[in-house]
Design a protein around this ligand. Sequence first.
Ligand code: AMP
Ligand code: GLY
Length: 424
Amino acid sequence: MRILVVGSGGREHTIGWKIAQSSSVKKIYFAPGNGGTSQLGENIDIKADDIESLADFALKNSVDLTIIGPEVPLSMGIVDLFQKKNLPIFGPMQYAAQLESSKAWAVEFMRSYKIPHPDSYIIKTFDEAIKFVSKPQWKQYVIKADGLAGGKGVHLPATQKDAEISVRQMMIDKIYGDAGNILVFQEKIIGPEVSVVTIVDGQNYHILPLSQDHKRVFDHDKGPNTGGMGSYTPTPFVSKKLFKKIESEIIQPTIMGMKQNNHPYNGFLYFGLMIVEGSPFVIEYNVRLGDPETQSQLPLIESDFVEILQSCIRGSLSSLSISHQAAVCVVLAAPGYPGKIETGQIVHNAETIQNSKSVLVFHAGTSNENGVIKVTSGRSLNVVGLGKNIKEAQTNVYKAIGKKNNGVYFDNMHYRKDIANYAI
Ligand code: AMP
Ligand code: GLY
């Protein structure tokens, strides 16, 4: 088979690494890929949002299956386009992708199907928004841009003045473009977060081992939010009772709701949950795999991943076998990230480490210049430790990160030293 993976991050390198294990796979293309994916297959110079060119490429190169990493092409309707051209593709259609591409749409969907979520107000004009934040209630709400904002669209203002600034930035200054035309004010809730990722064939589903992301840049959840500084899988703090609740109150009603809407959901479906006093609430849907959750989840899948995806597209999901190991992923970030960054550093030892048994290295912001791997963007590399439990996986990952002559390294890199401590 010839497979096209769309995207360029750690998630896409991990997807490529997993599908390369399938005996049916002969060639993998990545569009546009990164320094790591170039060692696994062929990088193609087409951006993830250039969906017409991606369809042309798939047609001309007889691609047997296209797998979409990021949300933007899905929200643009890449699946609808490929299906029109009879090109096999894995992912939800544009209508279903609204679960992520419009937070207001998702709130209305959750209301209709009684799926637990924080109390929410959909605000359509600037005047309404200003009125909302001028009352004392502003304190109890977070402000969300309706549309896609690259993970930056949620503001948690500390003062009333900041709340007004956020509203103005989103609705008037349009810092997120049209994504801020509508806002969702959502009750601020507090509790541990858990990433629940499913594979759904319209009706049947599998739940991948649960994961937890680490969004803040510094240890002990300090500093600004990032795209994710690490993850671990599974999550021992989710009890069997809570897991059952998540399944019956959130996963099943969502899949049934989409089916009842006459838009059965097909693809990966990610539920970003917050647990408040033992009860789960949806704070976001994503219509794709998570990043960096994927990096600690896919290494625990034992089944042939390509076969699973193909069975899902056919609407007859085949069984999924999961290993009882644990995985911890630590992101190595470029100096300055998530602010202004320095790039161009040479990455040392990524390949040697990748070949060891208990550690994997997935690239994100890197390039491959004639065999020399260099840093190109903020979240540069993902180092993943495996072990029989979280503690062992954590020990293995931190042993693999290091100095120039010992462990994955680049000058002035920074990373969190406490990934998975919450689970331990
Ligand atoms: P999102 O992009 O929706 O995942 O939101 C980014 C982050 O904002 C989440 O991971 C939470 O930490 C926080 N957040 C989102 N919604 C809420 C909420 N209703 N209450 C408290 N924190 C929230
Ligand atoms: N890790 C959060 C996300 O992928 O959206």
